[in-house]
Structures are given as structure tokens and as C-alpha cells.
Design a protein. Structure first.
Length: 264
């Protein structure tokens, strides 16, 4: 039977922690690496729902894309959400591994997968890793011939099972070169513009970033933070299932996007 250390080694090979942003908290964040693993749950975020799901299935390891804990805290008590969840995980001997921005930037990571789903070709990082040029921050690539912003949005919605998405710009405007940054990556807009992209795809963006894009004749496609990353958590469960055949590995069926489109 595999141990938590075996999973840590897998991520060291496929999502090297050195690819993570300096501010990020990645790696094995909770647990004993020597413990054996029979059941694993992958999720986007550690929440009440995913922790309870992990407990109910008897998981030994919870692989959460977003780090938990995300930042340093002085107290871990049941009076806070983070403390309560952490205590529950420890009580049930559930370890937590978070790849986060290392997974975003890896050669076959989330940004690469998202760019591929958008139908881009000639895909390469917006900012390549110095020692591994096929990895790095964000992605850029060529859109299929005669593609409009509306076409790209339709492809994204179909690929990610979305009913809608936000756009900046005329949906009929042609798109030729596309920058990609999953999650909340609007800080990459300037890099994408300098590299000649005429569209930038991300999960969420600040209002003034959208205004800056419009002022510079740059289109944007905003898919939602959850949608721009959740699909990769499901794919990760499939990849891990092939690698660790003795363990039961599933993607969370309980977590959902906290933002729901409401129409009066």
C-alpha cells in the first residue's frame, strides 16, 4: 500500500514546489508522511463540505488545490472556521496536500489544460520557468482560425459545462492570440498584452483591470474562479487513480461554486 510520502513524491515530480509563487503555501500541510493511504479525495478548496465528505469516505489524504491553512495563524481553536476544520482533519487522521500555484504552472498543469480545452495551439507559458521552459506562469497560444470572442466564450462554456461567462469587448471581435491564467490571475493581463495577445482568459478579474483591458483594445473572458480550476481537480483524481491503483481516489462530489447566478 502507498504512503502519503509516495503522493508527496508524485507531486514533487509533476508539480514541483519550486514552481509555486513566493507567497504561496504548498506541499504537505497537515499530516504524517509515513502513514499509509487507502482512500483519497481531491477538491478545489477545504470547506465544511469537503472535510465532511473526506471523513464520511474514510479518506487518509485530502488533496486540495487551494492551500489549507493558507496563511499563518497564532491560534487553532474551534472558535474559527479554519481551526474547526483543522481540528476535525487531525482528529480523523486526514492529511492535506496542496499543490496550488505549482499545479497552475506545471508543464501539464491547470493553465496548460485550460489552454488546450480552449482549442489553442502553439501553447507556451506567458513567463517560462528559467530551468524548465515548458513550465511557467500562465499560458499563451493561437486561437483557431476565424475565431471571435464569442466563439471562444462558447467553446469555454461547452468545455467547462457553463451556462454563461463574462466578457470584456465585442463578442464579434476577432481573436487570434490568447493569454490564459486560471483562478484570480488578472495581474497577468499586462504580460499578455506585451506578448501580443488580443484576448486574456481568466477566472475572475477586478473591475479596474477590466477597464484597463477595454481601454487598450484587449478583450477578456472571465469564466469564474471555480470553473477555471475545478475541472483540473477532477482530472487529477483520474491521473492519480492510474498511478496509485491500490487506493480509492475520487474527486469531491459535494463542493460547489459559492457564486450562483440568480435571476429575479
Amino acid at each position: 500500500m502507498s504512503t502519503i510520502a509516495d503522493f508527496v513524491e508524485f507531486f514533487a515530480r509533476h508539480t514541483p514546489p519550486r514552481l509555486a509563487a513566493d507567497w504561496d503555501n504548498v506541499g504537505l500541510l497537515v499530516g504524517d508522511a509515513t502513514r499509509q493511504v487507502s482512500r483519497v479525495l481531491t477538491c478545489l478548496t477545504v470547506t465544511d463540505a469537503t472535510v465532511q465528505e473526506a471523513i464520511d469516505m474514510g479518506a487518509n489524504l485530502l488533496i486540495s488545490h487551494h492551500p489549507f491553512p493558507f496563511k499563518a495563524e497564532k491560534r487553532w481553536t474551534a472558535d474559527t472556521t479554519t481551526g474547526r476544520l483543522l481540528l476535525a482533519l487531525i482528529e480523523h487522521k486526514i492529511a492535506v496536500y496542496s499543490p496550488h500555484t505549482a499545479f497552475d504552472s506545471a508543464e501539464l498543469g491547470i493553465n496548460q489544460q485550460l489552454a488546450t480545452r480552449l482549442g489553442l495551439t502553439g501553447i507556451q507559458p506567458l513567463a517560462p520557468d528559467p530551468t524548465e521552459p515548458t513550465s511557467g506562469i500562465g499560458r499563451q497560444g493561437n486561437a483557431p482560425p476565424v475565431t471571435t470572442l464569442g466563439d471562444l466564450a462558447a467553446t469555454a462554456c461547452q468545455q467547462l459545462s457553463l451556462s454563461s461567462a463574462h466578457i470584456v469587448g465585442d463578442p464579434a471581435r476577432p481573436v487570434t492570440r490568447v493569454g490564459v491564467g486560471c483562478g484570480a490571475a488578472d495581474e497577468l493581463l499586462g504580460i499578455a498584452m506585451r506578448l501580443g495577445c488580443d484576448c486574456f482568459v481568466t477566472g475572475e478579474a477586478r473591475f479596474h483591470t477590466a477597464l484597463a483591458a477595454a481601454a487598450n483594445q484587449m478583450t477578456m473572458l472571465l469564466l469564474g474562479h471555480y470553473a477555471s480550476e475545478r475541472f483540473a481537480v477532477e482530472e487529477l483524481a483520474r491521473v492519480l487513480g492510474k498511478e496509485f491503483t491500490m487506493a480509492q481516489i475520487t474527486a469531491s462530489a459535494k463542493e460547489a461554486d459559492p457564486l450562483v447566478l440568480w435571476r429575479p
